[in-house]
Design a protein around this ligand. Structure first.
Ligand SMILES: [Zn+2]
Length: 64
């Protein structure tokens, strides 16, 4: 089962939830304040540049 990590933009709560991504709209709400203003915490800051250089991976360290 795909488990996705989210962060509430209202209260800053980080949580994990199962999300259906098969054409479904993301309807995730914060388990604390029930806000839908949440952000998916996928590792998008891990970017692989294909053009030009080979095997260049820029990963930002996950801050605590
Ligand atoms: Zn919240």
């Amino acid at each position: 089962m795909p488990l996705f990590e989210f962060e509430c933009l209202d209260c800053g709560k980080e949580f994990e939830t199962l999300v259906k991504k098969a054409g479904e709209t993301l309807e995730v709400e914060c388990p604390v304040c029930h806000s839908s203003n949440v952000e998916e915490k996928i590792s998008t800051f891990c970017s692989v540049s294909k053009a030009g250089s080979s095997n260049t991976v820029n990963c930002a360290p996950s801050g605590g």
